[in-house]
Ligand binder design. Sequence first.
Ligand SMILES: [Zn+2]
Length: 310
Amino acid sequence: MIGKIQVGCSYPFSRFAPNRTQFENAVTEFKSHGLNSIELLFLGCVLGIPKPGPLLYYPTIDQTTSISKLLSGFSVSIHGPYTISLTATEKRQKQTTKAHLTMNLKLGHAVGATHLTFHVGTRKHQGEGKLVKGFLKEIVAEKEKKGYKLRLAPEVAGKLRSFAGFQKIVEVAHECGTLLCWDFSHDFARGGEVTTEAGILKRLELIDNNIDLKEDRLPIHLSGMVGGRWGEVSHTFLERGSGVPWRLFLTVLREQGWLERIQIICESKGKGASGIEERIKDALKIKKFIESGESVKVYQPSKSRLDAHF
Ligand SMILES: [Zn+2]
């Protein structure tokens, strides 16, 4: 018997879309399926004064506070936009990153989020680890000054040219006292040792020894993944792409008693629009597998594995 698990989906959220009714419907749907986690995606959000056009704007504090009531009983997290770059060296880019992180923390605090996940940035020079740690420590200190409870969670990147792989992100999180977001599918795409039980155990040990979860759960992202020579090519559905060993992963987590220490967000997606219905189906696959008690101890790559690379 397993205790309370947290499984859900990422969900795009900005000032004008979804509208209130759409969002209420989505929350009802999540609840009807027993999904109890949601990650609000501020992915394309820009800072500035709203004007007509295709740009996405951050929701207002009032909007965010009001949806927090709708989301009571959910574990809520935030995903920051791609404009964030802790590897930035240019003054302007650093300022933009700071402004976005501040905005995300403010909104995350208003909605009662547990953590803010974000992609750290592109690898472009030597010694960026030091740069990232310095910048992140600065943000953590400012967050604490403001009294925001949610924690920062730099994400394991999927592309080899992005900062960074599992070990490096654990090191950064350890030194800065943050959480990390273990995007298992990214880890797989960049060739991380996640296709065997021993490899996954080694990673759990590293987390145990280096990350102070405090009262929080470890953020996990799961999705299908098309991988290539340079790591992640694109997200897809669990049964497609390069064969993410998600059943093996969940089996190991169950056996090691980790299921109650994590929050799983499904990030599956097809080409084009976000396709939330399809993503919900994949989240339910994850939930059903966990609840079934089924055990998969060997990695079985999907048949489409080779096709995915060409
Ligand atoms: Zn992710």
